[in-house]
Design a protein around this ligand. Sequence first.
Ligand code: 16C
Length: 252
Amino acid sequence: NKRAAINKDKPSSTHISLSPEHKYFTEVNQIVSHHLNQINDNLEENWTCIAEDGELKVYKKELEEDGIVIDPLKAIHVVKGITGHEVCKYFWDIEYRMEWEATLDSSEVIEWLSDDTFVSHNVIKRVWPASQRDALFWSHIQHIAGDQDEDPDRWIVVNYSTEHDECPSTKYVRVFMNVGMVCETLIKPPADGCQISRDDITCKIIYTAEVNPGGWAPASVLRAVYKREYPKFLKRFTSYVKTKTSNLDILL
Ligand code: 16C
């Protein structure tokens, strides 16, 4: 297939701008591997499907720690007309975040660590009756070129909680999170001599969120909010990417 053709002769490689000496280098690589290792989890066995809409499926595992809900969440979505590179670009680039994010009041860069990694502070909309939350995390984007054998070409974004001297937790309850968005692009070979069009491409998205709300929040309300908000986010965000890219050249 075309994907194999595109990747043929390309060495298996990853590119990370963060220098190996950087204090976050090891952590970023560990967390990226954590998300890549989960790609082939058997979702039918250990997970409960909480929402299904066309190609979108959202799963969770019920988990509590000291009475706090920390249910891991996983979603799989397959969307036509966009590439994994495009999905990851719009998910990672903070310039676009407030255009598709419906659960944040604000989002601002605290520090750029390299051209693929930055730390941001995000204030989450308040949900009654819980206290308002915020999140401080690094966001990293990476291309993982497919190898000659099995692995397809992938793009990944990770949002992982961190600390920063310039942004102590004072005003809100701080949430801890490890969010990964892994994307694969499938390309249908176009007729001979034709260029690839958006009709020929499909993106498979594997999104995982491990979130600790950072303090007590009523379990039933939290679970109801997650059940409503995660599917809403995946539909809203992917249709945002479709609209944003429909008249642009395909970003492979
Ligand atoms: O991954 C997403 N967005 C990224 C960029 O912003 C980033 C952010 C992740 C935030 C994860 C939120 C964690 C929720 C904290 C719990 C809040 C406690 C509420 C207490 C309720 C009793 O990775 C997309 C994230 C999509 C998030 C969906 C679920 C978030 C629920 C937050 C509540 C806001 C509801 C607003 C209703 C209008």
